[in-house]
Ligand binder design. Sequence first.
Ligand SMILES: [Zn+2]
Length: 267
Amino acid sequence: MTAPSAARPAPVRSRPRLRKLSTAAPEPVADGVWLLRGGLTRTMNVYLIEETDGSGVTVYDTGEKGMAGAIVGAARRFGGLTRVVLGHADTDHRGSAPALRAYADVLCHPDAVVQAEGSGGRDYWRMDELPVGVRLLHGFTHRYVWDGGPVHIDGTVDEGDVIAGFDVIDLSGHAPGQIGLWRKHDRVALVSDCFYMNDMYGRPQAPAPPLDPYNLDTAQARRSIAKLAALEPAIVLPGHLGPLTGPDVVAQLEAAAGDATSVGAEL
Ligand SMILES: [Zn+2]
């Protein structure tokens, strides 16, 4: 596979009506954080985070490719797009990223670069382990609805870096170099696909580890859920559906992690 071009694409052209079809209006979910729910079933989450210096918004995850116009339009209301951070590089999270490079740099964890600039997860997924109906549906949507294709990565971020007032945390396992954003003072976490609140058919469910056929390392994915639980978040903003909030957030995350320690000990 050839590397994606580093040249900037042309600005996104989209009609307001199409934008509304692809994505709901921005929804405030935490101080300075806005959720854009996209896709036909509104299960694709993109977050806008106001920069602490007021210069605009960081985009965290980019949903499916049809959301690009809506993301740009929403970002304009907050002063424009300052940077795009991929929580991980799966096709339904990098979908709009190539188009958004017209406006800002696209960043991800060093371990996610190969997938962002390459197959978007396809080269380690085990789709043959999915039920046949799901395999056909996902195969179609990954290719024709979700994926905007390989995206040139302009720079990397890692645990210890700070983005728009949030600390970068490593939540790998589901995907290589999956990262979350954590703000300690109000206990807000943005976590991409650290856990799922929908099943393989898109139906809502209690938080659970991502499906094994889509994971690079399910044991590590469980340890990342346990790591998130140990932070004791008050509100968790996942890559699909959510938010996860309320008095039992930590208990729900611990249940999703299962016995992550013993899983790790077996390896
Ligand atoms: Zn996802």
